[in-house]
Design a protein around this ligand. Structure first.
Ligand code: R5P
Length: 293
């Protein structure tokens, strides 16, 4: 059985279809004081997959705690979490004395609740794999960059080919993965982050005048990284800028600022539900879940 929440219905239906399994929803009631009451189906099969992306994560972590414990009580013996977006992965060291290393704490919390955690492009910067924070091969990290790459390539016909641009060095992995399946060329920029909403982006000194470019990244949150990159690309005389991200968090007026910076189109996967979704991760996610269960 796939257990999901109503605000992820679209991906849940596709995933249940791919898995060929029953789909049920967790009913949610919010008390006036903010507490949650969750209701699961009265009895559960022995294998249950819970779909919950961890965008806006704080409340969803509580949902997962209540859901996993209740599912066990109702008969689930084997519980897998499909978290297309895994939050708290960027705070992976103690930057200042006393800071919580959220990546380890959140990964450990989920690893204690579920036998397997399947996710897509978690932001693993200073660690090589999820195994380092979720030992025992509990964590399975997929990448959607090839799916995005194929979608991007299909938007151009004839001899015209866009240039893939990663807005920072970490994006090299997505530029490469998208390039490998499409033959598209790519470059990456250098980013210096001065604050949550203050980043500086520099582009390598290659000639990109009149090229059509696609900025590709794992996640867009405030959008500042992409906006800065777009501004620098425009100053370098590119012909057009499109954006493709795996996780479309896009808080506040991020899309408006991207448009103002000259971005023509924004594409994303449905790992996070958003108006820019054009590529589904459901078949890839279903194959991985079938493998681990
Ligand atoms: C970090 O390096 C990530 O890959 C993204 O570039 C970053 O999280 C995007 O954040 P924002 O949209 O807030 O600039």
């Amino acid at each position: 059985m796939l257990l999901a929440f109503a605000d992820e219905r679209s991906l849940a239906e596709k995933l249940a279809h791919e898995l060929g399994c029953e789909l049920a929803f967790v009913a949610e009631h919010r008390f006036p004081d903010g507490e949650l009451k969750l209701t699961l189906p009265g009895s559960l099969p022995s294998s249950v997959v819970v779909l919950r992306g961890l965008q806006r994560p704080n409340e969803r972590l509580v949902q997962l705690l209540l859901t996993a414990k209740t599912a066990r009580r109702l008969g689930a013996k084997r519980l897998a979490l499909a978290a297309p977006y895994l939050a708290y992965m960027r705070q992976d060291i103690e930057f200042q004395p006393g800071e919580a290393i959220s990546q380890r704490i959140v990964a450990g919390f989920l690893g204690d609740l579920f036998e397997r955690v399947v996710t897509i492009d978690p932001h693993l910067h200073r660690i090589a794999s999820l195994d380092e924070v979720m030992p025992g091969s509990k964590g399975v990290a997929l990448t959607a960059a090839p799916l995005l790459g194929r979608y991007i390539a299909a938007q151009w016909s004839g001899a015209a080919r866009p240039l893939l641009v990663g807005p920072d060095e970490e994006a090299l992995q997505w530029v490469q993965a998208a390039g490998e399946v499409t033959g598209l060329e790519g470059i990456v920029c250098r980013k210096t982050r001065h604050g949550d909403r203050d980043v500086e982006v520099e582009i390598p000194g290659v000639d990109i005048t009149q090229r059509e470019v696609v900025l590709i990244d794992d996640v867009a949150s405030t959008g500042h990284t992409l906006v800065q990159a777009a501004q620098v690309l425009r100053a370098r005389g590119v012909a057009a800028i499109d954006v493709a991200v795996v996780h479309a968090l896009f808080g506040g007026d991020a899309l408006d600022r991207l448009a103002a910076a000259g971005v023509r189109r924004v594409w994303s996967t449905d790992a996070v539900p958003h108006s820019s979704n054009v590529v589904t991760v459901a078949p890839m996610l279903a194959r991985a879940i079938a493998d681990v269960l």
